[in-house]
Design a protein around this ligand. Structure first.
Ligand code: ADP
Ligand code: MG
Length: 287
């Protein structure tokens, strides 16, 4: 039977906006020694803004943005939302077909019958597009049409106001903090340094994230747990593998909320250390 204090702990957490799906996760939270975070949407707001457009050849800035937004018209990735927000006129999904979303790389789609690709350098390389590398500070989105390079769009995200406090509270609790991200190393390292994280791995495809989490699980101290916190976009498989999978409730996808063991209702990463403190308190009462 479940000790009564588990209910107290779960109830107490829910009043703080942390949904815990069972007493065993409360226990795992209490024993967490490694907290692994996704970057986009978890430590950063996941709300990108277009900083600048660098068209290739004679293309106009608006053309590059509008074609990219058009190709992304079915995507719910934070990047696609930022492209739509930068358009004077909203894309018409009816013009887009054959959409292929390539996790960790970008989108391929047919727009008015033209083959459009929108994504990172990895995607351009995979498609053999002669793109011009853009070394701007932020996330770079390259756009190609029918094999020709159209230009790059520099977008930037913001670190969540409570992310630094979230990391420092965990460190005070003796928890090692790790960032896993599909974004470029330059952006990832900048954010990790700003937050004072212990470890960062960038440029990861969803499969690489699973491998990293498995390596961390294999290396952890017996009896300790590993928590993974993500927004669920491209990281549902790691949410499932971690001892405690934690999803963002507001921005996160329904699939992530379903796959997660714990949900942070208001997307505040600082709620993790609060929940861990509460979980430890409950365990001391139980044992
Ligand atoms: P993170 O691991 O930081 O949450 P993702 O795995 O969602 O990031 O994406 C990793 C990278 O893949 C992005 O930084 C971007 O370069 C590229 N990417 C993924 N989805 C898209 C998309 N819909 N449009 C353009 N680029 C994308
Ligand atoms: Mg993400």
């Amino acid at each position: 039977s479940i000790p009564l204090t588990f209910f107290g702990g779960i109830g107490g957490a829910s009043r703080q906006g942390v949904l815990i799906k069972g007493g065993n996760y409360l226990e795992a939270l209490a024993h967490t020694e490694t907290a692994v975070f996704d970057k986009t949407g978890t430590l950063t707001r996941g709300i990108f803004a277009v900083e600048r457009v660098r068209p290739a050849g004679d293309y106009a800035e608006a053309q590059v943005i509008e074609l990219a937004a058009q190709a992304e018209s079915y995507s719910n990735h934070p990047i696609s939302k930022s492209l739509r927000a930068a358009c004077a006129e909203q894309p018409d999904p009816k013009r887009t077909s054959d959409v292929q979303e390539i996790a960790g790389q970008g989108i391929r789609a047919s727009v008015d019958g033209h083959a459009v690709a929108v994504g990172n350098a990895r995607l351009m390389e995979a498609l053999g597009i002669a793109y011009i590398p853009d070394d701007g500070v932020g996330t770079v989105v390259y756009v190609a049409c029918d094999g020709a390079f159209l230009g790059s769009i520099l977008i930037a995200d913001e670190v969540k106001p409570t992310a630094a406090a979230a990391v420092s509270a965990l460190k005070k609790q003796g928890v090692r903090t790790v960032m896993l991200t599909g974004d470029a190393p330059a952006v990832a390292e900048h954010v990790a340094a700003e937050l004072g994280m212990d470890e960062v791995h960038a440029g990861l495809l969803p499969g690489d994230k699973v491998e990293q989490v498995e390596a961390l699980l294999a290396a952890k101290r017996p009896g300790s747990s590993l928590a993974f916190v993500g927004d669920g976009i491209n990281d549902a498989p790691v949410l499932m593998r971690a001892d405690v999978g934690i999803a963002m409730g507001a921005l996160g996808s329904d699939a992530a909320i379903e796959a997660a063991d714990v949900v942070l209702m208001d997307d505040d990463p600082a709620k993790l250390s609060d929940a861990m403190r509460l979980a430890r308190k409950c365990m001391r009462i139980v044992y």
